[in-house]
Design a protein around this ligand. Structure first.
Ligand code: PEP
Ligand code: MN
Length: 239
């Protein structure tokens, strides 16, 4: 990554129309990396769990049509074969310290996007990266996505300090997820701008064609219009 990288897409892959509409929209805006969850780490087992293997197929097919790269969360190392066409393997906040998963991902070639655990300090994030680098892996991206603090007016507390510390202490690119940090689409644009201003290497942001009716995280996903507004504003920040 030597420019500001934007990874965008829905929280969850829901159906073919939703993902195709999103990837086409993102391609028109020159977005190269498309995110979408197929295996979802939901707090409640009653919530939508994702489309699993079918979701992965929908995402990778839609991304390939537009020459885009796909990013999706892997929760279980036994699913690795299902992720054969996924370009970037995401380890979610809830699995940052799933060391057995990290050990398996260390032995494969694809880039790993490691999200900070919501209750993990920077030292623990760095320790987790060491599980990935034991066999010489270097294609790792760390993501600050907010931590749990006493503050509950937003979903999590975005720790932009960590971007500075992680960039100083590691050789990895560090990106920011303003969507999960804020939990509210209204706050996502300013936090994304702050991430760029502080020197992050990119952002991962949730975008949905009909965000209010999304099957997961419907409160925090940007509409297409908001996303275009974000791009315009990001262009004006130079670091
Ligand atoms: C996600 O990016 O889909 C996600 C679940 O985020 P996190 O692991 O940061 O909660
Ligand atoms: Mn989400």
């Amino acid at each position: 990554m030597n420019k500001f990288t934007i990874i965008a897409g829905p929280c969850s892959i829901e159906n073919e129309k939703q993902i195709n509409k999103t990837t086409t929209f993102l391609a028109k805006n020159n977005i190269e990396y498309v995110r979408g969850g197929a295996f979802k780490p939901r707090t409640s087992p009653e919530s939508f769990q994702g489309l699993g293997e079918d979701g992965i197929k929908l995402l990778t097919t839609a991304a390939k049509k537009n020459n885009q790269k796909s990013v999706s969360e892997i929760m279980n190392s036994s699913d690795l074969e299902l992720f054969r066409d996924v370009d970037v393997l995401q380890v979610g906040a809830r699995n940052m310290q799933n060391f057995e998963l990290l050990k398996v991902l260390a032995k494969q070639e694809k880039p790993v996007l490691l999200k900070r655990g919501m209750a993990c300090n920077v030292e623990e994030v760095i320790a987790a990266t060491k599980y990935l680098t034991t066999d010489g892996k270097t294609n790792i991206v760390i993501c600050e996505r907010g931590i749990r603090t006493f503050e509950n007016s937003t979903r999590f507390t975005l720790d932009l300090n960590s971007v500075l510390v992680l960039k100083k202490m590691t050789k990895f690119n560090v990106i920011v997820d303003p969507s999960h940090a804020a939990g509210d689409s209204e706050y996502v644009i300013p936090l994304a701008l702050a991430a760029k201003a502080v020197g992050a290497d990119g952002i991962i942001v949730e975008v949905h064609p009909d965000s209010k009716n999304a099957l997961s995280d419907n409160n925090q996903q940007l509409s297409f219009e908001m996303f275009e507004n974000l791009l315009e504003k990001l262009d004006k920040i130079s670091v």
